[in-house]
Design a protein around this ligand. Sequence first.
Ligand code: CP
Length: 307
Amino acid sequence: MSKLSQRHLLGIKDITREDIELIFETADNFKDVINRPIKKVPSLRDVTIANIFFENSTRTRLSFELAEKRLSADVVNFSASGSSVKKGETLLDTVNNILAMKVDMVVMRHASAGAPHFLSKHIKANIVNAGDGTHEHPTQALLDTFSIREKLGSVEGKKIAIIGDILHSRVALSNIFALKKLGAEVMVCGPATLIPKFIATLGVQVELEVTKALEWCDVANVLRIQLERQQLKYFPSLREYSLYYGISKKTLDSLKKKIVLMHPGPINRGVELTSDAADSHHSIILDQVENGVAVRMAVLYLLAGAA
Ligand code: CP
């Protein structure tokens, strides 16, 4: 197989294990490319891509832009702040105006779950979801699972604990879909108030004690507390969260086996991870960021039908 089963990447839920494996194989080649002195290939010359971000981002936005430039695409960037969205223009009008300038692909981040799915019904360009509200963040899950495969040889059969604010996390949901499709065992861990009631129906284990999750897993993917999405108080204080769920290097070193530490970023240092844990030999956090460029190159290349 050399083509994806979908013409958009809206979520991991919609794609197959074969799609994910094709993205990984393509990303392996692009990882070689971005580690060469000349980091560019002409694969997407004459393709124009718009990065449309209605929400803040550092990693995803820069990673997509670099991926596009490494593939020789023409790139335009749009931020809602400072745009005519502030004058009341709708999402569809905004995107249609951008597409009228002959844009072929749209990479979109939006605070509303389902925004890229809505767009996909109204426009012809390929769409990549760069995070929609608390729903999905498919390229983050692809780069996370690619990084596990790189570090441990495969994802199949590995035990992955996703720890933290599961309720508000699009990274958690996309990771669960990707990990299950690739044959991993998945556990979610956090305060009961931050674990959605439906989560067990996705075939994951639930654990409320972080030390038990760490003792069980091969990989701990630790998530940020998303205070900006929390209208209610889900735990008494950040200090208390950190006391019960914060992970330090001492905790990691005291485990019977060596585990891999991941985090999608941005890290709240001193809350979910101490600095000595985030920067320790357990951590592959910056490898995840490096792999993000290769994985996004693969997604864009395959969606553009260049395979
Ligand atoms: N991991 C992630 O999505 O980071 P940004 O919000 O900085 O893009």
